[in-house]
Design a protein around this ligand. Sequence first.
Ligand code: SAH
Length: 209
Amino acid sequence: MRTSKEEMIENQLKARGIVSHDVINAMQAVDRENFVPEKVKKHAYEDGPLHLGDGQTISQPYIVAYMAEVLGLSQYDRVLEIGAGSGYNAAVIAKIAGEIYSVEIISWLAEYARENIASAGISNVQIKEGDGRFGWKEKSPFDAIVLTAATENVPDELKKQLRIGGRLMAPVGKSVQELVLMEKHSETEFSKKYLAGVRFVPLRGQTQG
Ligand code: SAH
């Protein structure tokens, strides 16, 4: 039997400790089946990532909810996402925060994410094709930045584009990664919290481009 959205919310989110009403409502409001290829739609609410093509994946629902909850987004926040992929994570955070800017390095995925977000009737997300390691300077500073691809080091340019007091979340590491939450205290001081072991696809352009 197929897993329904309601079952996903109960068994994968609430049962594992997601408590934010904003996050639960956002996960309720966005249909994940509209962000995945036709042949995996029947698996849309299963407890894992799904393939999009080109080796890229849409994150597990729990991880999307967990990152949104830990970032503590609020309705006026301006958020930068690196790695739009299917557009699903951007769509979920768009239901909570004010303005979402997302950078995607793969051309067809930037277009795919744009189409998925437009079909979902969401208008507070902008997607740009480019290398997210350089952020989106014209739209900075951001209240929050979220990387949905793993990096060995958080790029300096992203730290610069975060406002003081802002939060940045990134999977840090190579094949073994940890989700790290940073908070910017001054132009040079950041606090760091290690949250959980995770597995994300790597951020491209670091060594071999
Ligand atoms: N947030 C996505 C899942 C992202 S998977 C979703 O909700 O579906 C990681 C994405 O990061 C992939 O789409 C990949 O193409 C993209 N990516 C990898 N390196 C990147 C870079 N340097 N800049 C921008 N996007 C990048």
